[in-house]
Ligand binder design. Structure first.
Ligand SMILES: [Zn+2]
Length: 187
């Protein structure tokens, strides 16, 4: 739970600090809106993604790679508190557990609704799948555009940042790697 009363109070001070009048019509309710917004944007902080994936199915002897591609996400960059957004592709080689597709989507949702870094988002998704499903391999690709690069600093809108996390066979075995890249082409 975020402390909405405190956010409301402090955001009013931020508005004053930038030289604006927090009592003018358009800004009067903004601190309250921000408090409600932060509750939603950071709702992932109070949820444990491992618990979601732990409700997975037992599926013995299925070792074909499973891919879930193009999962959209919106997150907040922890360095600038500006949005970054894009999509996540996940692939894993099951040993004896597979995850419901909606559960994987939920994991992406939980881990992106936090102050986050793109690199860490990918690592945390891959770790969550590793910890809960014990797969023979995991691959995660995250592609995102960062508002902190588009509207400030180097100002290059449209630039995409792509990160990969590969564990187990998807990292070590060439045929598994090729299959992973094949799955990414399905988008
Ligand atoms: Zn940033």
């Amino acid at each position: 739970m975020v402390d909405q009363a405190k956010i409301k109070k402090l955001f009013r001070e931020i508005i004053s600090s930038i030289g604006e009048n927090p009592d003018r019509d358009g800004l009067l309710k903004t601190p309250e809106r921000l408090a409600v917004l932060y509750e939603e944007l950071f709702s992932g902080l109070k949820q444990n993604p491992d618990e979601v994936l732990n409700q997975s199915f037992d599926e013995p002897k299925n070792s074909d790679m499973v891919g879930i591609v193009g999962i959209p996400f919106y997150s907040i960059c922890e360095h600038h508190f500006l949005p970054f957004w894009g999509n996540v592709d996940v692939a894993y080689i099951p040993t004896n557990k597979i995850a419901g597709i909606s559960k994987v989507v939920k994991v992406v949702e939980i881990l992106s609704k936090r102050p986050q870094l793109q690199e860490r988002l990918g690592t945390q998704i891959a770790n969550c799948i590793s910890n809960t499903l014990s797969p023979a391999g995991v691959g995660v690709r995250v592609e995102a555009e960062h508002m902190c690069m588009s509207m400030r600093g180097i100002k290059k809108p449209g630039t995409k940042v792509v990160t990969f996390n590969k564990f187990g066979l998807i990292n070590e075995q060439e045929s598994a790697q090729l299959e992973f890249y094949e799955i990414l082409r399905e988008k």
